[in-house]
Design a protein around this ligand. Structure first.
Ligand SMILES: Nc1nc2c(ncn2[C@@H]2O[C@H](COP(=O)(O)OP(=O)(O)OP(=O)(O)O)[C@@H](O)[C@H]2O)c(=O)[nH]1
Ligand SMILES: [Mg+2]
Length: 450
């Protein structure tokens, strides 16, 4: 008998609908008590009043019952779509909790799906990644892992190691006369092949990093250049304070926007200048730190003034051509600036942030910059997370040791010990249901209701 759990699977706040999810043996009890339906048709949508224990109707809902063995968790499940109002949701949840049902822990539905072997650990991780994906591309690749893309590759590695181990163990267990001559060279090359395959998979982890983190686009420039005015134009509302006083922005201000199918953090910063004012100078230090982490840097210049010579002292080596866009702002004023001091070979866009002019050209340029970075992401064909990478890398170390043993002393017993260690590491990727500590750590990062 498993404990029955309940959680709201949709985000908090007002919405047309909210979905409550239950898993465990009490689900059929709920369909009888709350919906007066003793034997619901499996996977069939019903429209009913939700009646609480006192018999009062709380809401009109749509619900669906999944029998055990035919649900996401493998247990009996019930999904209830009610109206997305927090009072209604609270009333239904409180009523359900009175039926010896408890609130689900983060990721508990997925954990139960894993424990009942409906999915393996790579698929469980893919679900979390799919939900939190920062771009269409990341979502697509997470979906592939959910469909078993990574599991298939892990299975290939497992089968290959098992094949090699069984040959080696045959030589340990039976005399050569019975099974023919030892073939160490062939075994060494087979281990090298599977090691190469495993390493290639592990290396995908390094190519993933730009794909799975939100891109940072940082606006920099002298005080009063118009960074905050431009920032507000792009985000579409007055998020950052604008003023004629130089040094207005001190704390950096970040806003999430979506460009080219990817989430991006657009960051407005304190203007770069030498200042004795303590708070402003901390702001300048923060701008310099942000520059180091930026994926795209937008250098905003006021064209009615000479080029600010101090910029280079703050930016040092951070202005790389593939990252930098120069924005000539205040084109509505007389032009004073000279391009001769500009960093070389950079894209330049003319705008007037105050009049909202040229912003589309800037966004196009910005798109190109992000797109060229995304193109390198297109080479990523599989998502590998840090946990999986560590297991793959550890396995590779055991392959190296096994090969070395065969080359140096042709000791089959020692080589098989190393290969079995590699097998354990590879097995960890798909996961063992008895590794409670690891599972607790992994699933606690999931969201409630998943
Ligand atoms: N004429 C003109 N004025 C502008 C333009 N863009 C911004 N300004 C003005 O320039 C002044 C400074 O603008 P901000 O956006 O606060 O400049 P900032 O770069 O954020 O300045 P700090 O926060 O001090 O670093 C304000 O008075 C803006 O109205 C523009 O395109 N044309
Ligand atoms: Mg500002």
């Amino acid at each position: 008998m498993t404990e029955t759990i309940v959680a709201v699977a949709t985000p908090p706040g007002e919405s047309a609908l909210a979905i409550l999810r239950l898993s465990g043996d009490h689900c059929s009890k709920i369909t009888l008590s709350c919906f007066d339906t003793p034997s619901p048709i499996p996977r069939h949508s019903y429209v009913s009043e939700y009646r609480n224990s006192a018999g009062d109707s709380i809401d009109q809902v749509v619900w669906c019952f999944y029998p055990s063995g035919k649900s996401f968790t493998g247990e009996e499940m019930l999904e209830i779509s009610c109206h997305g109002n927090e009072f209604i949701i609270k009333e239904i949840i409180n009523d359900l909790l009175s039926f010896d049902i408890r609130a689900a822990e983060p990721g508990e539905f997925t954990k139960r799906a894993f424990l009942s072997k409906k999915i393996d650990l790579t698929q469980a991780e893919a679900i979390a990644q799919l939900i939190s994906a920062q771009s269409t591309r990341e979502a697509k690749l997470s979906k592939k892992n959910l469909e078993g893309n990574l599991s298939e590759k892990i299975l290939i590695i497992q089968q290959n190691i098992l094949g090699i181990v069984s040959k080696i163990e045959a030589f340990i267990d039976f005399p050569e006369d019975d099974i023919g001559e030892r073939q160490s060279d062939i075994l060494i090359s087979q281990i090298a092949d599977i090691e190469f395959f495993t390493k290639t998979l592990a290396d995908a982890y390094h190519r993933n990093s730009s794909l799975i983190s939100k891109r940072k686009v940082v606006l920099i420039g002298s005080p009063n250049a118009g960074k905050s005015t431009l920032f507000n134009c792009i985000v579409g509302y007055d998020r950052s304070i604008i003023s004629t006083t130089p040094g207005t922005t001190r704390d950096y201000i970040s806003q999430e926007i979506i460009i080219n199918d990817s989430k991006i953090d657009l960051i407005d910063t304190a203007g770069l200048r030498d200042t004795k004012e303590k708070i402003e100078s901390t702001g300048v230090d923060n701008t310099v730190k942000l520059l180091e982490k930026a994926d795209v840097i937008i250098l905003v210049l006021d064209v009615s003034l000479p080029y600010p010579s101090c910029i280079s002292q703050y930016t040092k080596n951070n202005l790389k051509s593939e990252k930098l866009i120069i924005v000539e702002n205040k084109n509505d004023l007389n032009r004073e600036i000279s391009t001769k001091n500009y960093p070389q070979n950079f894209k330049t866009v003319n705008i007037s942030a105050k009049d909202n002019k040229g912003i589309n050209c800037l966004l196009d340029e910005f798109n190109n910059c992000i797109m060229s970075q995304n193109n390198s992401d297109n080479n990523v064909d599989i998502l590998i997370n840090l946990r999986q990478y560590n297991c793959l890398s550890n396995a590779c170390e055991y392959f190296v040791k096994a090969r070395a043993i065969l080359v140096d002393c042709d000791d089959y017993l020692l080589a098989s010990i190393e290969l079995n260690e590699a097998l354990i590491q590879i097995g960890e990727i798909i996961g063992h249901t008895d590794n409670e500590d690891m599972l607790d750590k992994l699933f606690k990062n999931f969201c409630i209701g998943k």
